[in-house]
Design a protein around this ligand. Structure first.
Ligand SMILES: O=P(O)(O)OC[C@H]1O[C@](O)(CO)[C@@H](O)[C@@H]1O
Length: 568
């Protein structure tokens, strides 16, 4: 029996037959299922685990050479085998004095060359040294980008915009996002902005993503139209004052009309969804908050990068534990979903960010080393969703408590509210924060313990309602608790924690988390549909589908779309 089979056997014969209520009655067990690192507590006592299972997790990590692999990845091996690339987002936050060698070259000087340019440029914008075309200060930033070139930045922006220091640093400034190719998103992103005070950051690793390039063109037109209304028509100089880009495709950014001084590069060894600590995130976030403040995000992430490879006891390694538990829930317990519940309004975009990082990375089943019998995994990445608590309690928690399937939850909370620093009545804020966190603790317990028929009867509930009021319990969750309020350092830690847990799960499953072939097919088909629509702009009757390879149902649907437009 290999170690994965041993874990499956132990779960089937022991843990699946033991209610969490019983496991939690063991004080000695509970004491050991909690660990702390650098201001973060991870409590996994409400998971279906015990000391025996944790020792099996250790064997699993050792037998799969997990720690050696993690170290090799951070040292620059081409772990992304299907694209022949290194996986080195960790190098983006490595201290300047260290070395990371890729293809015989130390990449750290390149990282700092870009970071220094970002620092100098963003400081010149913030101080008013670099001005817009009409010499007005650039107070607004619009980030154009999608997927990994958008979600992580929005998560960090939202997480920090109510942090006391973050508010001071960003006073008088705005940061907006344009991701969707929907024209309504464009209106929302640009609404009320004064072009003379607005700088655009076009974020695209490839600079070929259809949505981003279209949005960038729409914004370029908007800039020129707005300036025309003001009587200015020097397109080249106007655009050079208002457009910047972050990309690995410097040829295309040049063709787009962006001055190379305002293009910030990165490298193919940074995956799109892992690029928030490259200039993709650091440039716009530094424009909004200042470089030195955002550098703390990099420091926090680096702390977790180090912890990942240095702490070889799985019971003390936060990202490894998260990854092992994720693997266990999906592959052994066979749970197919995961709810991410931050008890922190500032993390409202964290679930959306993790959805992309996790599901675009591990949402696949093709094995890296297939054999004659197996090319595909049977169960892998769960479906991930989430909303801040307490809002989620008044939304989907009914199903989490009494639905037909178990949905493991990950709760994230802070011992201090961002609202406390600088508050006129800090005691009142603490009181409100305690109210919020009371729900965090209560949910954890309710999910695990549930409520038995006997308890319901003892409460004197009418017989016909009794079975409605039973909670099965035995629903697992884990808790992440930060010592401080959400700040740039621990937001960087949180970012890296979830990046690395995805990697650990990917290694255990034997898949490559760093490619995303699954998004390609839709892109190709969208291009084909687009060419049909372009060819038939005015034709609301019989569309010309020559050369369009799709079934009649899809063609009918497209025809209805055009016909509806003809009736408007
Ligand atoms: O930064 P780019 O090249 O525009 O890509 C945007 C996103 O599109 C994807 O390639 C596919 O969704 C992501 O991996 C990436 O983050």
């Amino acid at each position: 029996m290999d170690i994965q089979q041993k874990i499956a056997h132990y779960y089937e014969t022991v843990l699946s037959k033991t209610h969490l209520r019983t496991l939690l009655d063991n004080d000695e067990r509970n004491k050991h299922l909690v660990t702390e690192f650098d201001g973060i507590l991870l409590d996994y006592s409400h998971e279906k685990v015990d000391a025996e299972l944790i020792s099996q997790f250790q064997q699993l990590a050792d037998n799969t050479n997990l720690f050696a692999t993690l170290k090799d990845i951070q040292s620059g091996i081409k772990f992304n085998s299907t694209e022949n690339r290194a996986v080195l987002h960790t190098a983006l936050r490595t201290p300047e004095a260290q070395q990371v060698i890729v293809d015989g070259q130390n990449v750290i000087p390149d990282v700092y060359q870009i970071l220094n340019r970002v620092k100098t440029f963003t400081e010149s914008v913030r101080s008013g040294t670099f001005l817009g075309y009409t010499k007005k200060q650039l107070l607004n930033t619009v980030v154009i980008g999608i997927g990994g070139s958008y979600l992580g930045i929005e998560f960090i922006y939202e997480a920090l915009r109510t942090h006391h220091e973050g508010q001071l640093k960003s006073k008088g400034r705005q940061l907006r996002f344009l991701a969707n190719v929907d024209p309504v998103d464009t209106i929302r992103a640009l609404q009320g902005l004064n072009v003379e005070e607005t700088i655009f950051v076009i974020n695209s690793k490839t600079f070929t993503t259809a949505e981003t390039i279209m949005n960038a063109k729409v914004c370029r037109n908007w800039i020129l139209e707005q300036y025309k209304l003001l009587g200015h028509e020097n397109a080249k100089e106007i655009l050079e004052s208002h457009l910047t880009a972050v990309s690995t495709n410097l040829a295309e950014t040049g063709k787009f009309g962006i001055n190379e001084q305002r293009v910030f590069g990165f490298w193919d060894w940074v995956g799109g969804r892992y690029s928030v600590t490259s200039a993709i995130g650091v440039l716009p976030l530094s424009l909004q908050f200042g470089y030195d403040y955002i550098a703390q995000v990099l420091n926090g992430a680096h702390s977790i990068d180090q912890h990942l490879v240095n702490e070889k006891q799985v019971s003390r390694n936060l990202p490894v534990l998260l990854g092992l538990l994720g693997w266990y829930r999906a592959s052994i317990q066979k749970y197919q979903a995961l709810a991410l519940i931050p008890y922190a309004q500032c993390l409202l975009r964290f679930p959306a960010h993790v959805q992309q990082v996790h599901m675009e990375s591990n949402g696949k089943t093709a094995l890296v080393y297939p054999d004659k019998h197996e090319q595909y995994l049977k169960s892998a990445c769960p479906f991930i969703f989430g909303e801040p608590g307490t809002n989620s309690q008044h939304s989907f928690f009914q199903l989490i408590h009494q639905g037909s399937q178990v949905i493991p939850c990950e709760f994230i909370g802070y011992a201090k509210s961002q609202a406390e620093t600088g508050a006129s009545n800090p005691a009142a804020v603490r009181d409100q924060h305690d109210e919020l966190m009371s729900n965090y603790f209560a949910q954890v317990d309710a999910l695990a313990r549930g409520k038995t028929k006997e308890e319901v009867v003892a409460e004197g509930v009418k017989e016909e309602l009794q079975h409605h009021k039973v909670f099965p319990g035995d629903r697992c969750s884990l808790q992440i608790l930060f010592q401080n309020e959400a700040n740039p350092y621990n937001v960087g830690q949180l970012l890296a924690l979830y990046e690395h847990r995805v990697l650990v799960e990917g290694i255990l499953w034997g898949i490559n988390p760093f490619d995303q072939w699954g998004v390609e097919l839709g892109k190709v088909l969208a291009k084909n549909v687009r060419s049909v629509l372009l060819k038939n702009v005015e034709n609301h009757q019989n569309l010309d589908f020559a050369g369009f390879n799709a079934n009649s149902a899809t063609k009918n649907l497209i025809s209805h779309y055009r016909a509806f437009q003809g009736k408007q």
